[in-house]
Design a protein. Sequence first.
Lengths: 256, 256
Amino acid sequence: MVNFAIFSNKGSTLLSHIKIVLVETTHPGNIGAVARAMKNMKINNLWLVAPKSFPSAEATARASGADDVLAAATVCESLQEAVADCQLVVGASARSRAISWPEITPRACAEKVVINKPEQSVAIVFGRENSGLKNHELDLCHFLLRIPCNTEYSSLNIAAAVQVVCYELFVATGLQQTTLRVGDKGESPLATVAEMESFYTHLYEALADIGFMHPDKSKSIMRRLRRIYNRIQLDTKELDILRGILRMSQDNQKSK
Amino acid sequence: MVNFAIFSNKGSTLLSHIKIVLVETTHPGNIGAVARAMKNMKINNLWLVAPKSFPSAEATARASGADDVLAAATVCESLQEAVADCQLVVGASARSRAISWPEITPRACAEKVVINKPEQSVAIVFGRENSGLKNHELDLCHFLLRIPCNTEYSSLNIAAAVQVVCYELFVATGLQQTTLRVGDKGESPLATVAEMESFYTHLYEALADIGFMHPDKSKSIMRRLRRIYNRIQLDTKELDILRGILRMSQDNQKSK
């Protein structure tokens, strides 16, 4: 099990070079939901290009605790202004274009932005809810980001799209740690082969005691049972419980 | 560049064995947003356990064209009912638990569900907006799904969480095209939740018969045993063997 908590401190640094830019968002609720989606993934830098209504109570309500992201958001008049200091600009879009733009998926984008070149300053731009980005805005973008989805119903809610993209960026900060794995704290260690063998011997005896082991079938039954219990990778605490059951069953037999 | 459009037709078949289950959702807008998030990723099977308000105009508005998913949704009274026919149940949760459940990430879940064993029927369960899933509901789950995120602000909007999970499932249908695994021939089908519940009832009785169940400990012991056996995903043949052992143990008790 990968423990993502260990990435959390590093994550904020790894993602601080990324800004999310919303262009002419119509519904203030969406701005709030975007702020929440960003903060969930440790991305805090929000730019709003000519929002229809901001600040707004509806945005704050939907931000649901990510109001610090809203409060720190920068409002500006044009996309050009928002991305002026950026080295890489990625425009999210569901629309097909007459001129085909170089496209990347969110995962490839995360790899590019977080893993390959974490030092560049990056903007990921989301267009209007209904009409996306205009061509002159796309001209500012290095890549078009396309989220894999149902081609017959491809328009994600803007906050849902931001969630997917930020999620991939956050996951990439974990991968960047070279997929470090930490054992679950407080868990008992996994049983060793020797402990499992001793369990199987005990299991065989207990099953024989209750008359479950026909001589001609015992081998194949034990093989099946091994297959079951090996597949689980029992920890020592779990093994203790199962052996407790076997002991209790045997004690019962003896008292007959 | 991967062209995801080519996966779209196959996707609907690959994902038709998956249902999304929402437990006691409070805000109808969230139900609509979930339907949209699902349909964006070609997942159409929605179950609602005791929703506070459904159908509702707010749900339909937020579904934004995914009202067919809402119209086809199944409403039921308990999670048990919703997952009775499922072979794998994954519960989404942000909360830490006293007993740690086996956890998987959305990506590992998608690999398990779409790539490794695409023939099993699967439920992915999302709890209440404020309080998630209760322990007795978690008992029905094989795995806890945890979305990697900011540990200091970890509560995703429910539709955002569904979006991330369905996105990973959809992306996996693309990956599945290249890593297609042939199902294990001659294997028995995996046990359903209903079959496992019946096994747990039987297990409890057999353990009580041999005196293993102290009244004050039985609950936590049963929870630990569930954790063990849910983790394995028993097939029906294996379940037969284990139930045969329980029956034999009980017959022995009676003959005392």
